[in-house]
Design a protein around this ligand. Structure first.
Ligand code: PLP
Length: 436
């Protein structure tokens, strides 16, 4: 590609802008599990976009659906008007969610899905006469996007330290990692009692002040922390006991990453509200959604006067027709190509290959479940330097990787072939050897 534009004006998200602009990495095309850059090099995509492209890039069925929709109805006023695609996609999503999570509210990103879920939880308590319940509980190392609710509840210090005090009434449980979890594959046997942190917060502030507790079933961006056996069950029981709304942030776990539709089904625990985004449209058009339990929907809508708006919340692009078309096509592909089952079958071989990296001196820990894994590297002098070096070396070697600090996250597309996973891990192995 001929770069006629200056690189100066675009302020890139979560990017070291000055070093990037000195040494840009420009992607110009994608297909399946590959990108191509402006130099014509092919790059293996080891993170399915950003955990978005479960069915691989530019899936023809999704591309076709988007093109047809944009030519037919490019937008429908989102408030007090509807269009068929939004109702159809909501029904389709509700068919995949567990329990009674049947009301689907559309948003445009994972961050918006989180802030929407928090507002719904607080509104629910108000509607049932407990308006004093406004405290919210998250977890250390959690990532819930970058809006103010999600930033406040997230537990990654760099994402919070520059943005003031955040929302009031926020509490954090400990992360679920324990020293004995070194190189544990799948769910650790120990650590269910870490859920008792929620009980401790309840006892400190009073159960009738707490609105909701939000966790990712597997903490993804923080470094793939898989819940210990019994942990999510215990959180569920504590929430039930004290009338706290349990929210699962399924933005990464959703749509097959765990081998089931959602983390909730993989771990057998049903929350009251679930957030999702990313793979809902196979990453082709920005979209997120919140799935809400029937009882919460009924309480909120039932508390409003007949004919009145029930929830003063929504986005110009909630349920955008083109996003809905992409979503319906993506769910068709997941069903028709049996991708959730495929992810389940591929998980064993994937984790075998990833865990074989533990013999390398540079690797200090590995965590993994389904088609999601994190590899911690021994840090260099400056935290994050090793991760950055790895990213640059992998790019030169023909692979796009996602690193957070000195941890590399792997999340191959659900359509990846075993040979492609083998190639991913072997590029990573070679790079780790060169680094250490
Ligand atoms: C669990 C979780 N929640 C929320 C988000 C935020 O999503 P978005 O970047 O679409 O706003 C992410 C993004 O990675 C995520 O992993």
């Amino acid at each position: 590609m001929n770069l006629v534009n200056s690189l100066e004006n675009y302020w890139m998200p979560f990017t070291a802008n000055r070093s990037f602009k000195a040494n840009p990495r420009i992607l110009v095309r994608a297909e399946g599990v590959y990108y191509w850059n402006d130099k014509g090099d092919r790059l293996l995509d080891s993170c399915s976009g950003l955990y978005t492209h479960a069915a691989g890039h530019c899936h023809p069925k999704v591309v076709e659906a988007v093109a047809a929709q944009v030519a037919e109805l490019d937008y429908a006023m989102a408030f007090q008007m509807g269009h068929p695609g939004a109702f159809e996609l909501a029904s389709r999503v509700a068919m995949l969610t567990p329990g009674d999570l049947n009301s689907i509210f559309f948003v445009n990103s994972g961050s918006e899905s989180v802030d929407t879920a928090l507002k719904v939880a607080i509104h629910y308590h108000k509607a049932r006469g407990e308006g004093q319940r406004t405290r919210l509980v998250g977890r250390e190392k959690g990532y819930h996007g970058v809006n103010f609710g999600g930033t406040s509840l997230g537990g990654l210090v760099r994402n919070k330290e520059s943005f003031g005090p955040g929302l009031p009434g926020i509490h954090h449980m400990r992360n679920t990692a324990l020293p004995e979890h070194q190189f544990v594959r799948g769910q650790p046997e120990t650590g269910a009692e870490l859920a008792d942190d929620l009980e401790r917060i309840v006892q400190t502030y009073g159960p009738d002040t707490i609105a909701a507790c939000i966790v990712e079933p597997i903490a993804g961006s923080g470094g793939v922390f898989v819940p210990p056996k019994g942990y999510l069950e215990r959180l569920r029981a504590i929430c039930d006991q004290h009338g706290i709304v349990l929210i699962f942030d399924e933005v990464i776990c959703g749509f097959g990453r765990t081998g089931e539709a959602f983390g909730a089904q993989a771990f057998g625990v049903t929350p009251d509200i679930m957030t999702m985004a990313k793979a809902i449209t196979n990453g082709t058009i920005p979209m997120g959604a919140v799935a809400i339990d029937d009882a919460i929907y009924a309480t909120i809508t039932g508390s409003a006067a007949p004919g009145a708006v029930e929830l003063f919340h929504g986005y110009t692009y909630s349920g955008h027709p083109v996003a809905c078309a992409a979503g319906i096509a993506a769910l068709d592909v997941y069903r028709d190509e049996g991708l959730f089952e495929r992810a389940k079958a591929l998980s064993g071989p994937f984790l075998d290959k990833v865990y074989a990296l533990q013999e390398l001196d540079m690797v200090s820990n590995i965590r993994g479940y389904g088609l999601l894994a994190a590899i911690d590297m021994v840090p260099a002098e400056k935290p994050g330097q090793r991760g950055n070096d790895l990213l640059l070396k992998c790019y030169e070697a023909g692979m796009a990787v996602r690193v957070g600090g000195d941890t590399v996250n792997l999340a191959p597309a659900l359509v990846a072939e075993e040979a492609q996973i083998e190639e991913m891990v072997s590029i990573l192995r070679q790079t780790l050897l060169e680094l250490g």
